[in-house]
Design a protein around this ligand. Structure first.
Ligand SMILES: [Zn+2]
Length: 334
């Protein structure tokens, strides 16, 4: 993994040199784009300020100037881009660039530069896996580039509410609308691009109430958004309609539709296998059983949090309190 990253970094350095030449050639175009991006940048910040930022770092706290966008190649035409925020899935080819999530607005220009290195085609579609700012922050910039933004209908509702402080009856400006998903679905939508049948589907509330999974059927790769991650215990954004049992159900669905060769691209973390998904699922079930037993024994949330129920997992997965609280609150009302 380390070695692969170094190789990609070297590749990025070489392409950066190539870019310098290309920059002269496309100076006018770049200037136009830069203007667009900075025009919408401040409006994006004010809109994002209304979103639920309690569980993600805020834009104001982050310095994006040092962030490098690193492309990782998965197949001839599928990549993911690592920068800051959620992993961006990318399919390139003759049919155009198909993109999953777009990180933060201040990174859009770097992301577009990286995509230009990979493909001479424009960004045609952007899927939003869910509503969190580190996955949708570049929406307005991508919309201005002409991309069609697609998401579960709950993502659009949440983002629209973010612009109007929760008042869904309030009309949105053209600037606001260009950053919203203009195509929404409730169950699934399929794309047929770049030699792949791409199945985008909803499996109920998990990380949020609008989580989409993106299954490249021929390439056998699934972008899981933040439902499946490899960096920490699952994050249940209760305020955004997330549920722990929904995350468990989603893992079961992921196992059902995948095989031993499937590669899982998580919202955060490294490309994983079915065995990784299964092992996390087993851990969730073990933890949920322990919480249920604690509830049956009459323990309070405070006691559950102090009981060390996840002790053997914490070194790998970190602080369990958020997850345990969600599990407790869901199980206690059953
Ligand atoms: Zn998220």
């Amino acid at each position: 993994m380390e070695k692969l990253t170094d190789t990609m970094k070297a590749k990025t350095t070489i392409t950066t040199g190539f870019n310098k030449v290309m920059q002269l050639k496309s100076k006018t175009m770049q200037f136009k784009r830069r203007n667009n991006i900075f025009n919408v940048f401040f409006r994006t910040i004010s809109a994002l300020a209304f979103l639920s930022l309690t569980i993600e770092p805020t834009l104001a706290q982050q310095d994006f100037s040092q962030v490098e966008i690193i492309p990782h190649q998965l197949t001839d035409n599928i990549y993911y881009l690592e920068g800051q925020g959620g992993n961006i899935g990318v399919s390139i080819g003759e049919d155009g660039v198909f993109m999953i999530d777009d990180q933060f607005a201040p990174l859009s220009e770097k992301i577009l530069d990286t995509l230009e290195d990979l493909s001479d085609q424009p960004v045609r579609f952007v899927i939003n896996t869910h509503q969190h700012p580190d996955h949708i922050g570049g929406n307005q910039n991508m919309g201005r580039e002409g991309a069609v933004i697609v998401a579960h209908e709950n993502v659009r509702t949440a983002l629209a509410a973010g612009f109007t402080n929760g008042d869904l009856a309030q009309a949105l400006t053209a600037d606001q609308r260009i950053g919203l998903p203009i195509v929404t679905f409730t169950d699934s939508v399929d794309f047929h691009l770049n030699g792949d049948d791409i199945h985008v589907f909803y499996n109920g509330s998990g990380h949020t109430n609008g989580d989409s999974f993106v299954f490249f059927r021929q390439s056998n790769i699934i972008h899981t958004g933040d439902v499946f991650r490899t960096v920490a215990y699952p994050r249940v954004d209760v305020g955004a309609g997330g549920t722990f049992h929904g995350i468990v159900a989603s893992y079961e669905k992921l196992l059902e539709i995948s095989d031993a060769n499937t590669r899982f691209l998580p919202g955060h973390g490294v490309v994983s296998t079915q065995a990784d998904v299964l092992s996390q699922l087993q851990m969730f079930k073990t933890i949920a059983n322990r919480v249920q037993n604690a509830i049956d024994d009459g323990m309070s949330l405070e006691q559950v949090l102090a009981a060390g129920l996840t002790a053997e997992y914490d070194a790998r997965w970190g602080d369990p309190q958020g997850m345990l609280t969600a599990v407790f609150n869901e199980l206690i009302i059953r």
